[in-house]
Design a protein around this ligand. Sequence first.
Ligand code: NDP
Ligand code: AKG
Ligand code: MG
Length: 745
Amino acid sequence: MSTQQPTIIYTLTDEAPLLATSAFLPIIRTFTGPTGIQVTTADISVAGRILGEFPEFLSEDQRVPNTLAELGKKTLQPDANIIKLPNISASQNQLVTAIRELQAKGYKLPDFPEQPQTEEEKAIRLRYNKCLGSAVNPVLREGNSDRRAPKAVKEYARKNPHSMAEWSQASRSHVSHMHAGDFYHGEKSLTLDRARDVKMELITKSGKTVILKPKVSLLDREVIDSMFMSKKALVEFYEKEIEDAHKTGVMFSLHVKATMMKVSHPIVFGHCVKIFYKDAFEKHAKLFEELGVNVNNGMANLYDKIATLPQSKQDEIKRDLHACHEHRPELAMVDSAKGITNFHSPNDVIVDASMPAMIRNGGKMWGADGRLKDVKAVMPESTFARIYQEIINFCKWHGAFDPKTMGTVPNVGLMAQQAEEYGSHDKTFEISEDGVANITDLATGEVLLSQNVEAGDIWRMCQVKDAAIRDWVKLAVTRARNSGMPVVFWLDSYRPHEAQLITKVKMYLHEHDTTGLDIQIMSQVRAMRYTLERVIRGLDTISATGNILRDYLTDLFPIMELGTSAKMLSVVPLMAGGGMYETGAGGSAPKHVQQLVEENHLRWDSLGEFLALAVSLEDLGIKTGNAQAKVLAKTLDAATGKLLDNNKNPSPKTGQLDNRGSQFYLALYWAQELAAQTEDAALAAKFAPLAKALADGEQAIVAELAAVQGKPVDIGGYYKPDFDKLDTVMRPSATLNAALATVKA
Ligand SMILES: NC(=O)C1=CN([C@@H]2O[C@H](COP(=O)(O)OP(=O)(O)OC[C@H]3O[C@@H](n4cnc5c(N)ncnc54)[C@H](OP(=O)(O)O)[C@@H]3O)[C@@H](O)[C@H]2O)C=CC1
Ligand SMILES: O=C(O)CCC(=O)C(=O)O
Ligand SMILES: [Mg+2]
């Protein structure tokens, strides 16, 4: 990107956010056009990433560049200004479906090798693996995370509180986690004394050396961890908890993050399914192996694989699976109407969103009969699960939170430079044989960290670079200073990794003037308790956390405070000087696409996009000295405030104002704000006619947008929709389109 023109890069992602973009980009360009700010796009959708990975299989005109890699490079340049919408972190099932859709569209991609045998298949599988799970965020997040509810949004939530179910002290809901044998209990950690290249190797009991990762280059003062999850302990834990739920008559649910922990959590998930249906799996072990059933990809995989069998055999397997339910607890449902359970796919229940939803529902999840019930929430790894038990205890005692009065909990999260779990994907292994797992210095042969492991254990290495930690501490201090809020670092001195972080946090705090600031370090459970005690008193507290708690808390608190994390401001100040502005903290909500396709109503709330665009413009204004960008930012913020005040956000119900209507109101208010401001007379003059046209056309536009609803629409694909069709569907108001077209750059 050699252009001198100030540029914002807007990402094209998947599902609902992409749909919203089809309508919003033309609006953005209408407003930025006269100021010379360029808005370019970068396609990082799962379909785009697949195509970018396999150019040699495609015809010339089908080829696309590896946009994600290019955008990753851009994040390392000081002028980067990126608006990042949520993208699919694909499960294997989603990836396979996306590949099939692309193949059906004429892209001659190789099939996804589920069980690669030949070298060629293994190579293809490795390339497809790059598109699996959380494959985008670790590449782009070259900075730490600053997520908060903007003042106007918090005020709006106070005035228009969302519904919160009641909590009863008699609730039987609780969290179950391991007390031994999990990553927490087996963790070892150290800070490097100098830059080193290391390897990860397994020395088996039988005397073999298996090199699992030949080389990892580590920097001076980097923190590394070696940890493992014992398969034996995990399986025993599941047996015990499933039995406990059955005996005590409470519903069972499993909460993992198979997208972000894309190697370890599908395995953790798969063991649970196999234990739950143990009898059926034992009986059909040989057949399942022949069929290549892999329930790490959920029960959906099993049903898919047995579909090729004769009907009588299929019926027998289904009967045997059903029979297991006789002596197993009731399972929480993802979709009780369609009979989809918690075990259907590992990505269906993603802990950051699923636990807050449960807590908001008074500690309940849906049962097979379509009723809300108390539930045992199983999160095997104890490291972070304990925070949820603490908040459940709190709700049982104090009742549900009150959005009208509760304080806010912004987050400053450590995630830069593939920090912690983000960097672990290629350093996580399922151990093949009993032995010793070592992280060994390549040059000296010195064993830095060593673990005794057994076959089936999951062993992984995480790392955090010193510069990332230093930047995180700086960001926390800056946020404390700018907001006047206290900061709590959620760090547990009993956890080896966090003990290393505590030393560094204390050291780097000395680099800042912290006079008058309230900065504390507390273990996670204490931090939760302390924060909640303040929350119910209406007091605000910044949480400074590692990567996983960043993810968990930035859904948990927004969902309590605002009803959704979609309304969060989510900034990534890039360490190289640029900025990435994420929209909300939520995902891509597949249900939303279904509703659009069936009923032509898009419930997706683009408030996150509006907030992100305003800070992106402001940053551009400051860094390039473009005064008009600043005016655009200020007026957009005011327009967003007005949108909230006037309740013009989308409704989930078909027939009412949807995403497109909400965007129309934003455009109207933005144009009015621009016309009314006095800082830039040229801009005021440019947008006055648009403000008038939109105000005059309000009734017609809203009617045109409403008229299309209630009927199915065709967008030409799920993973790779047809952009022309999208344009037609997402921009159905001729009056609005004509008004926008009158503004000339
Ligand atoms: N930054 C990123 O790129 C992220 C990507 N993801 C990906 O998103 C997908 C779905 O994840 P999931 O855990 O279900 O999380 P989601 O946040 O997509 O969904 C949870 C629920 O939150 C509500 N919601 C979230 N955002 C909005 C919005 N802008 N407008 C209206 N409602 C919203 C919806 O509730 P309701 O339907 O009740 O309105 C939705 O069903 C996965 O592929 C996941 O990997 C997830 C998190 C972050
Ligand atoms: O990278 C991911 O998949 C996690 C995304 C997410 O949920 C978040 O950043 O809040
Ligand atoms: Mg999240």
